[in-house]
Design a protein around this ligand. Structure first.
Ligand SMILES: [Zn+2]
Length: 82
């Protein structure tokens, strides 16, 4: 059974994150995110996005994937909006 790449729409293995072509680009992004998280282990997705220029949704997808582990949000305490 084949799936389609969410980026370019070409056929790909459903177990893969993306097709081979897009996978190369994703790898670059992932490397950038990982390097940043390594330097700043307590960053959240928004901070990583600002620092790397990679979209928050993409970063969250990596995190959901289990490829990346970051602290979700530790500044929630003490802030109330209601
Ligand atoms: Zn693709």
């Amino acid at each position: 059974m084949m799936d389609t790449c969410f980026k370019c729409g070409s056929k790909m293995n459903p177990n893969e994150y993306s097709c081979h072509v897009c996978g190369q680009n994703e790898m670059e992004d992932y490397r950038m995110i990982r390097n940043y998280v390594r330097s700043y282990p307590n960053s959240n997705a928004m901070q990583i996005a600002n620092a790397t220029g990679i979209s928050v949704s993409k970063i969250l997808r990596y995190i959901k994937n289990g490829s990346l582990t970051v602290v979700d949000n530790q500044s929630r305490r003490g802030r109330r909006f209601d």
